[in-house]
Design a protein around this ligand. Structure first.
Ligand SMILES: [Zn+2]
Length: 247
């Protein structure tokens, strides 16, 4: 019985150190890396879980209309299936970040599985000529394993300050209302241009796109500007690309 009690306590302590504390630190205490370098009222748009042939081209069209650049966090398995869309995103001047390969919850993955997922996912992007600098863990869950893998690959974690639950099919009006409830000054906005096989509800990105189409002109009219993470990425482009494709 004593042994069982100690084991349970040890397991909880290890879980706290491995997953909960790193996630809370990055979500609630750590400032965004770009925060001090950007002006007041600046917004970074990020789109997770694509590309998706039904929604991503429409989104690119909307962004192009307002000349707004964004960052797309692509799970490796989607990037692998839609290399044409990956090219289209990069060719339109947007940035591409790393979102794991299989999009499983990192809290449920140990060191070996995490390292394998990184190698496979980064390999997919490297084969498409993309060296990601920013890493967004699937479901926003940080662990010591994915922090170490990101560090070894020369990437930095980037979470968000605005998250509106647009992976649920709540419609454009609601997505827009939630955006404006959360946006204050300098924000990293996390939206989703795809939900297929990553936990999103079918059709949900339609609401996201409808909201983005109205949000961008409203934000511009309100004096916000849309920023990118260009500086860090350019610095990265001259350096080591991190772990190579060892799939
Ligand atoms: Zn995701």
């Amino acid at each position: 019985m004593l042994v069982l009690t100690i084991s349970a306590g040890t397991a909880v302590a290890l879980w706290l150190i491995y997953a909960l504390i790193p996630t809370c630190y990055y979500r609630y205490w750590r400032h965004n890396p770009w925060e001090t370098a950007t002006a007041e009222r600046s917004l970074l748009l990020s789109f997770d879980d694509g590309p998706d042939e039904r929604y991503t081209p429409q989104l690119l069209h909307i962004l192009a209309r307002y000349q707004v650049k964004a960052i797309f966090f692509l799970p490796g398995f989607k990037a692998e299936q839609h290399s044409d869309l990956v090219r289209q995103i990069a060719g339109s001047g947007h940035q591409i970040g790393f979102h794991g390969y299989c999009h499983r919850n990192p809290w449920a993955m140990g060191w070996i599985r995490t390292a394998r997922d990184f190698r496979r996912g980064i390999g997919v992007l490297h084969r498409q000529g993309i060296a990601p600098f920013w890493y967004r863990p699937p479901h926003g869950m940080i662990t010591l394993a994915n922090l170490l893998c990101a560090h070894r690959a020369g990437m930095q974690p980037l979470l968000w300050t605005v998250l509106v639950g647009d992976w649920r099919n709540i419609g454009g009006d609601e997505v827009l209302a939630r955006l404006w409830r959360q946006v204050a000054r300098r924000e990293v906005i996390c939206l989703h241009d795809s939900g297929e096989k990553t936990g999103g509800e079918p059709g949900a990105p339609s609401g996201t796109l409808a909201a983005v189409e109205r949000f961008i002109p409203q934000a511009l009219a309100a004096g916000y500007r849309f920023v990118t993470l260009g500086g860090a990425v350019e610095a990265k482009a001259d350096g080591d690309l991190g772990e190579d494709d060892t799939r």
